[in-house]
Design a protein around this ligand. Structure first.
Ligand code: BES
Ligand code: MN
Ligand code: ZN
Length: 493
C-alpha cells in the first residue's frame, strides 16, 4: 500500500473516494460544497458522526466517485487512540467497497503516525490457507493520500503497522508449519534480508547450554532452537537494549496435558517471539530509509514445543538452570518461565542496559486484567513508568502488577530445589510467574539490570474483531510500544 501526503484541493482529487473526517455535532461545519452534497444522505441515514460511524455518499460530476463521511466522535475526546481505531475501520470499509485510490481530509491534524498505523492494521487479512480466497475478485486499497500530512510520520506509522502485520502472520501460521526449526529459519531469512547478525543454536548446543529450554522442548519431535538477532546502527550506539520473547510454537501442556478448550489456539504461545521478529522487521525497514534509531538492539528467543512423550520432562523433575539455580517442576504446563529463565540469563550475560521480555505467560494475568490489557512488571520503577507512558501513545493497553518479595516470594519456594515452577496456591499466578523470571535476570557492573516483563497472554490474541484488529487471531501486540521506546531512546541519547 502506498501512503502519501497530498497538498492539492480535495475537490480536484482524481481517484475513487474522498474521505472526510468529522466530529459529532459538527456536521454544519463541513465545507459548504460538501454539506450540499451529503446533507440529504446524512439526514436520511440519521448520521451523527459518532466514533467509527461511516456514511457513503455517491457523487456525480467530480473526478472521484464517492464521498465517505467518517465520524470521530466528540471533538474533546479526540486522541491518537481514537484516530487509530477510526482510521482502521474506515480503511477496512474502503477496501471492502472496492476503492483503490482514496484521499483522507480533515480540518485538523489527526496525527499521521496513528492514522497510518490504523490504515495498515485495519486492512490486515490472513487468508493464506483458504483455497478459494474469500475476497476473490475484490480490489485492494492501493493508494491512500492524506491531506497536508507529515510524510515522515506517515512512513513511520506505515512501517510499524506493517511490522505488526508481519508478527500477526507469524502468530497465525499453524504449528505444523512453524515449529522450533522453521521459526529459526524465519529469523535467519529476516536477518539476511536486512543485514542483521543472527545466530541459531542447534539442539545439541541447547542441551548443553540451556537446560531449562531443553527440558521443556525435548518431548517434541522438533527439538528446541535458540535464536539471537542483533541490529547495530551505522552511527554507533551508546545504548544496548535486549528484547526476549517466549517462543512456544505450540503448548499442549506437556504431560500435564491441557483440556480441549485450553489447548485450542495455543499456536499463539509464540506471540512474544513473533513480536521480537516484528521489532526487527520494523528496524530493518526504518534502516532502509535512514530512520532507524541509534540504539543497539538484541533479540533473543528460545523456541520450543511443549509436548507429552516418552522423552518429555515430567512433574517432579529437577532442572539445574543456566545460571546455576535449581528448579523443581511442579507442572509441565508452567513451561514458559522455564524456557525464559535460561534465555534471560543468557541475555544478561551480554550486559545490556535494559531487558524487555514479552510472553504469553499466564492465564492468571488474563483473569486479572481481562483479555485486552497486558500485565507489566519490573525491577526498576522509572523504567516501568517510561514504558507505560509510551504504551499510552502506542495504544497498547498495559497495567502494572506488583512483584511481592514480602509475601508472595514464599509461594515459589520448593522443598527439594531452589525454586518451584508453580506457586503453592493459584492466587497471584501472574505475579508468581513474573517473580520466577526475576530470579534469572542478571547484573551489569554489580547492579541488577533494569528489566521489564510484559505478560501478553490476553492481548496477543483477539477472539473477535475490535478496535484496529479487523479479524480474530494474532494481534501483533507489543511491537508498536517497543518501537516507540526505541525511537525515543534515540532522541534521548
Ligand atoms: N501459555 C500458557 C498461558 C496462556 C493461557 C496463554 C491462556 C494464553 C492464554 C502457559 O504456558 C500456561 O499453560 N499457563 C498455565 C499455568 C499453570 C499451569 C500454573 C495457566 O495459565 O493455566
Ligand atoms: Mn503452558
Ligand atoms: Zn505456554
Amino acid at each position: 500500500m502506498e501512503l502519501r501526503s497530498w497538498s492539492g484541493e480535495w475537490s480536484n482529487f482524481q481517484g475513487d473516494a474522498v474521505v472526510l473526517f468529522t466530529f459529532e455535532g459538527e456536521l454544519d461545519k463541513l465545507p459548504e460544497e460538501v454539506e450540499k452534497l451529503v446533507k440529504p444522505f446524512a439526514e436520511d441515514a440519521d448520521f451523527k458522526a459518532k466514533k467509527g460511524e461511516i456514511l457513503k455518499v455517491p457523487v456525480l460530476g467530480k473526478p472521484f466517485k464517492r464521498i465517505y463521511l467518517v465520524g470521530l466522535g466528540k471533538r474533546e475526546k479526540l486522541s491518537s487512540e481514537v484516530v487509530r481505531e477510526v482510521a482502521a475501520k474506515a480503511a477496512k470499509r474502503l477496501r471492502d467497497d472496492k476503492n483503490e485510490k482514496v484521499l483522507f481530509v480533515s480540518d485538523q491534524n489527526l496525527g499521521e503516525r496513528a492514522l497510518a498505523e490504523g490504515v495498515v492494521l485495519g486492512t490486515y487479512r490472513f487468508d493464506r490457507y483458504k483455497s478459494k480466497k474469500e475476497e476473490e475478485g475484490k480490489k485492494e486499497l492501493k493508494q491512500v493520500f492524506v491531506g497536508g500530512a507529515d510524510e515522515r510520520e506517515l512512513l513511520v506509522g506505515k512501517i510499524l503497522g506493517e511490522a505488526q502485520n508481519f508478527t500477526r502472520d507469524l502468530v497465525n501460521t499453524p504449528p505444523n508449519e512453524i515449529n522450533p526449526e522453521t521459526f529459526a529459519e524465519v529469523a535467519k531469512k529476516l536477518a539476511e534480508e536486512y543485514g542483521f547478525e543472527v545466530e541459531v543454536k542447534d539442539p545439541e548446543w541447547v542441551k548443553e547450554n540451556m537446560p531449562g529450554l531443553w527440558a521443556v522442548g525435548k518431548g517434541s519431535a522438533t527439538k528446541p532452537r535458540f535464536v539471537h538477532l542483533v541490529y547495530r546502527p551505522n552511527k554507533g550506539a551508546d545504548k544496548k537494549v535486549a528484547f526476549v520473547g517466549k517462543g512456544l510454537t505450540f503448548d499442549s501442556g506437556g504431560l500435564n496435558i491441557k483440556p480441549e478448550q485450553f489447548m485450542r489456539t495455543m499456536k499463539m504461545d509464540k506471540s512474544g517471539a513473533c513480536a521480537v521478529l516484528g521489532i526487527f522487521k520494523a528496524l530493518g525497514e526504518l534502516k532502509k530509509r535512514g530512520l532507524a534509531p541509534a540504539v543497539e538492539v538484541h533479540g533473543f528467543v528460545g523456541a520450543a514445543e511443549n509436548m507429552p512423550d516418552g522423552n518429555a520432562y515430567r512433574p517432579d523433575d529437577v532442572i539445574k538452570m543456566r545460571n546455576g539455580k535449581t528448579v523443581e517442576v511442579a507442572n509441565t504446563d508452567a513451561e514458559g518461565r522455564i524456557t525464559l529463565g535460561d534465555v534471560l540469563a543468557y541475555a544478561s550475560e551480554l550486559g545490556p542496559d535494559c531487558i524487555v521480555d514479552m510472553a504469553t505467560l499466564t492465564g492468571a494475568c488474563v483473569v486479572a486484567l481481562g483479555e485486552y490489557t497486558a500485565g507489566i512488571f519490573g525491577n526498576d520503577q522509572e523504567f516501568v513508568n517510561e514504558y507505560l507512558k509510551l504504551s499510552k501513545e502506542s495504544g497498547e493497553r498495559m497495567w502494572q502488577l506488583p512483584l511481592d518479595d514480602e509475601l508472595l516470594r514464599e509461594e515459589i519456594k520448593s522443598d527439594v530445589a531452589d525454586i518451584s515452577n508453580l506457586g503453592k496456591s493459584r492466587y497471584g499466578g501472574a505475579i508468581t510467574a513474573a517473580m520466577f523470571l526475576e530470579e534469572f535476570v542478571g547484573e551489569k557492573d554489580g547492579k541488577k539490570i533494569p528489566w521489564i516483563h510484559i505478560d501478553i497472554a490476553g492481548p496477543a490474541w483477539a477472539r473477535k474483531p475490535y478496535k484496529w484488529n479487523p479479524q480474530s487471531g494474532g494481534t501483533g501486540f507489543g511491537v508498536r510500544t517497543a518501537l516507540y521506546f526505541l525511537l525515543k531512546e534515540d532522541q534521548n541519547s
